[in-house]
Design a protein around this ligand. Structure first.
Ligand SMILES: [Mg+2]
Length: 171
């Protein structure tokens, strides 16, 4: 589903999985490099709590990233991400693999991205989300644009919306 002008299309009901890009979504896209070539990234604790709360509710989460650094793997571990696909630029295939593995229909999935490599994944799921500071074409083609930028609360917005839906369903 894609609504060029829509800031916010409703979540699939029921939403059954959250798929995330890492760089620019779980991070602000910035990277620090030492002279020795060691890289560091910054993750957001509030985003992290949102993802962990989903894990605690038994809600499936996945990461699909072109990066395959030990930093990203370690962060996914802390966040209790259920399906971690790293080092893959072809996100459409990677997302399909996760959906096949989990038996979840694409229409019930939410994907959050920030750059052009995320576009095929954004188009194939029930709700394609762009972070507020995604590149223009991604924001234009997303179903939902978060209020906060990547690495600064964008992921938490979507986690909270999913948790709200789960709570509504259970009440
Ligand atoms: Mg990215």
């Amino acid at each position: 589903m894609t609504g060029a002008q829509a800031d916010r299309v409703p979540l699939p009901d029921p939403v059954r999985i959250l798929l995330l890009d890492i760089d620019g979504v779980l991070t602000d896209g910035g990277m620090y490099f030492s002279a020795e070539g060691q890289a560091m990234k910054r993750f957001d604790v509030k985003d992290g709590l949102g993802v962990v709360r989903l894990a605690e509710l038994g809600f499936p989460t996945a990461v699909v990233s072109g990066d395959r650094s030990a930093i990203s793997a370690a962060r996914c571990d802390v966040l209790r991400i259920g399906h971690v696909v790293l080092g893959r630029m072809d996100k459409e295939t990677a997302v399909n693999e996760v959906l096949e593995m989990t038996g979840i229909a694409a229409e019930s999935a939410v994907y959050i991205g920030d750059d052009i490599t995320d576009l095929p994944a954004l188009h194939m799921v029930g709700l394609g989300v762009a972070v507020a500071d995604a590149v223009d074409v991604v924001r234009e083609q997303a179903d939902w644009v978060t209020r906060r930028p990547g690495g600064h609360g964008a992921v938490r917005e979507i986690c909270d919306a999913i948790i709200e839906q789960i709570a509504r369903r259970e009440s």
